[in-house]
Design a protein around this ligand. Structure first.
Ligand SMILES: [Zn+2]
Length: 480
């Protein structure tokens, strides 16, 4: 481990400096975080959910550290992919974008991590985008050509600083739409309208729409001002997207766009075949149909955000085991509280205090979530030992329960709390487990049959925050 965390405060690895940097809030004590969001032309897949989970939980953690956080994540609701998907479905592009924006919100809401503070949409941000392009033109960093506007890359001295690329090694990231480009390095800020494009705006350069990169520069500035704290996104966005954001924002205003550039690694898929059909086989919504939200969150967070993460049922099964271990510790406390010792278990207190300290130390050090889980497991070992020993008083156990749940809440996992032990017969609980296994194996007919058997025993299956539960079927009104 690096010594960074020992110097106190939160440190995050920055792609631009290639080291862990102290996170310094602004003068008002706020940390602004901008994360590039999805292009809404289909349901988002499990890979898109990684930045959503990482940055939502980072926000929760920082708030526990006493910082005010303003998390901003955009929706790109106009671009080529959207025109193409809309044409294929025979609907207006604005309608398709609206449908998948709604789906994105609905799918990510199911994770139960709350929403970013601001979710700007490109279609609602065009005046600010045009103003930023005009500023770049006044500074000689942009030029109009053939209905498009391009960024003059060679005029910006810092180009390549984030990605470590040298100008002479670069090939253009943009297809050569503009024969009028001065250099193959130049990228589009404004794209002139093509005949079949049905979402467009008037501009000083004629009708058209913003290029992808300028959107984020303008929306980040509008929501967070200039020189905010953290810019995040997937590692695949470093070049050209984030390199171009820096060129635009710093080219227009000087200064530095963001203090820390934070990038999450990609998901790894089993084989090439799977990778090609990722969009079809692993939409986030499907994964959440098969696994509780807490299991999906634990799947992401038991790996470090800067590590490649294999996506497989096996890995999700491992995450479920993690969640079960934590849930079982809470259940063990509940059982022990009922039988209750009368003493004080000093080792339990030590396990709780040490666990909490290590948990936050891990997160302080570049958001070390795997080490934070290790700290939780140390705590769980202490709890399991104490509940077996039976010495701890109900008051001490209640305190231990509260502490564990408090840390789980930082990670967005408080929903695994089974709550006060319900009086559900063992036979029903066992059928409930069978049904979960059937669902995980996509045996939906089998799962339905098990639900009917549970119902026959007088219990309804409901989806509680901690996963499916069996609750007694209330007598029908008037039947008494
Ligand atoms: Zn972006």
């Amino acid at each position: 481990m690096s010594g960074a965390a020992d110097e106190g405060g939160v440190h995050l690895y920055s792609t631009i400096s290639k080291r862990k940097e102290p996170l310094v809030p602004d003068a008002e004590g706020t940390v602004g975080i901008y994360v590039c969001g999805p292009t809404v032309y289909g349901r988002i897949h499990i890979g898109n959910a990684r930045p959503f989970v990482v940055f939502s939980v980072l926000k929760r953690f920082l708030e526990r550290r006493g910082v005010r956080v303003r998390l901003v994540s955009n929706l790109t609701d106009v671009n080529d992919k959207i025109y193409t998907a809309a044409a294929a479905e025979g609907v207006p592009s604005a309608e398709l974008a609206r449908r998948y924006s709604d789906a994105y919100i609905a799918d990510t809401d199911r994770l139960g991590l709350g929403r970013p503070d601001v979710e700007p949409r490109v279609t609602e941000s065009v005046p600010g985008i045009i103003a930023l392009i005009e500023e770049l033109m006044q500074r000689g960093l942009a030029y109009a050509a053939g209905g498009d506007v391009y960024y003059r890359v060679e005029r910006f001295p810092g180009y390549g600083r984030l990605s470590g690329r040298r100008l002479e090694d670069m090939v253009s990231g943009e297809p050569a739409t503009g024969a009028a480009k001065e250099s193959h390095l130049d990228f589009a800020l404004w794209k002139g309208r093509k005949p079949d494009e049905d979402t467009w705006w008037e501009s000083p350069w004629g009708p058209g729409r913003p290029g992808w990169h300028i959107e984020c520069s303008a929306m980040a500035e509008e929501a967070l001002g200039r020189g905010f704290q953290v810019h995040g996104g997937g590692i695949d966005l470093i070049f050209p997207h984030h390199e171009n954001e820096i060129a635009q924002s710093e080219g227009a205003h000087g200064g530095c766009m963001a203090q820390i550039w934070m990038h999450n690694e990609m998901l790894e898929l089993g084989d090439e075949k799977m990778s090609k059909s990722l969009g079809n086989i692993a939409p986030l919504a499907d994964v959440l149909d098969r696994w509780p939200a807490e299991v999906v969150i634990a799947y992401f967070l038991t790996s470090h955000y800067r590590s490649k993460l294999p996506f497989s049922d096996e890995r999700l099964g491992e995450a479920r085991a993690v969640v079960e271990r934590l849930t079982n510790a809470l259940k063990a406390i509940d059982r022990a509280m009922a039988t209750g010792g009368e003493g004080h278990d000093a080792d339990l207190t030590r396990a709780i205090v040490d666990g909490r300290r290590e948990f936050f130390r891990a997160l302080d050090d570049d958001f070390g979530t795997p080490e934070a889980f290790a700290a939780l497991f140390e705590m769980v070992r202490g709890i399991n030992r104490a509940t077996t020993a039976g010495e701890a008083s109900p008051a001490q156990l209640r305190e231990a329960r509260h502490e564990l749940l408090d840390l789980l809440d930082v990670l967005g996992l408080a929903g695994i709390d089974p709550g006060p032990a319900a009086e559900v017969p063992a036979e029903v609980l066992s059928l409930l487990d069978d049904r979960e296994r059937a669902r995980a194996a996509r045996d939906f007919a089998g799962a339905d049959a098990l639900r009917d058997r549970i119902r026959a025993l007088g219990y309804e299956v409901t989806d509680g925050p901690g996963g499916p539960q069996a609750t007694p079927i209330a007598p029908e009104a008037g039947s008494a």
